[in-house]
Design a protein around this ligand. Structure first.
Ligand code: GUN
Length: 287
């Protein structure tokens, strides 16, 4: 069993991106800038945003975080995004999700300029992904593919099964795995809460991607021997953080597996930095 160390891989990528930023800034170019918007006080979102801020600052990205009360209005949020859209020193805008229930998430995401959409959630970037055109890609699926690539694990021609059809993970991951190219070319099945015979689908998977948010839901009977398991779940339980897979039960049955924590999570943050650098270079006219 190969442990896919997302923490170490992400640190390496972050160093590479930091080097890119340092080199360009030494040539006199301005530093990249990221606007982060956090509305409400969801404790998990607080932690994610703090980790993103720390990682971005460490790489040389100026980060401006707006922490808004849970009662913030849609108009106030849109005004803040509009201001960040206008600023020449801001290359990326990140609205942490989920937003408080009274806010319109789709309208917020639509109001972010597509070339500053470092989460890759804007319909323009989602459409570009669908069509195989260049654009900013969602961080978690991008991080998963980067992790597999850096371990030399290729999905081409293999059965890839995804469980979970969210806009953030499952749907974009399905598109990325299916597309032609060195990290794609998989035969993709996208399972969800209404799927019949879920265990059969999972047992068929050469690559199994779990993104449902149910602690230790996937045990021995769901995993093909020799499969590669990528666990996107981050579940807080009284015993600590765990993934959607029952890691201890299945690890010796797999050929490769991501731990939780220390697997996909750190890769998501590394890809946020990568996307911010990509947006920055585009704004500077470098690509
Ligand atoms: N909430 C859960 N994952 C993400 C993410 O990748 N980006 C944002 N903005 N919110 C999230």
């Amino acid at each position: 069993m190969l442990l896919l160390d997302g923490k170490a891989t992400a640190l390496k990528i972050r160093q590479e991106l930091k080097d890119t930023i340092t080199t360009l800034c030494h040539k006199g170019l301005r530093a990249p800038g990221l606007a982060v918007i956090l509305a409400g006080n969801d404790p998990a979102s607080e932690i994610y945003v703090r980790n993103k801020e720390k990682a971005c600052e460490g790489a040389g990205i100026r980060t401006i975080t707006s922490r808004l009360p849970a009662t913030v209005s849609q108009a106030e949020l849109l005004a803040l995004i509009a201001k960040a859209n206008q600023r020449n020193d801001i290359d990326g805008i990140l609205v942490q999700l989920p937003l408080p229930a009274h806010l319109d998430t789709a309208e917020c995401l639509l109001s972010i300029l597509p070339d500053k959409d470092v989460d890759g959630f804007h319909p323009d970037n989602a459409g570009r992904l669908l069509l195989g055109l260049p654009g900013l890609r969602p961080c978690t699926p991008q991080g998963i593919l980067e992790l597999l690539a850096r371990y030399g694990l290729a999905c081409a021609g293999k059965r890839a099964v995804i469980v979970g059809r969210s806009n953030i993970v499952g749907k974009p991951l399905a598109l990325m795995l299916a597309q032609p190219g060195p990290v794609g070319n998989a035969t993709v099945t996208l399972c969800h809460s209404q799927s019949e015979d879920l265990a059969d689908h999972c047992r068929n998977a050469d690559f199994l991607f779990l993104a449902v948010g149910r602690p230790k839901m996937f045990g021995r009977e769901m995993i093909k021997t020799g499969a590669c398991v990528v666990d996107v779940g981050i579940n807080r339980t009284p015993e600590g953080i765990c993934g959607d897979a029952d890691f201890e039960a299945i690890k010796n049955q797999t050929c490769a597996i991501t731990p939780v924590p220390g697997g996909v999570g750190p890769m998501t943050i590394a890809m946020l930095i990568k996307n911010t650098v990509q947006a920055w270079q585009a704004h500077l006219g470098l690509c």
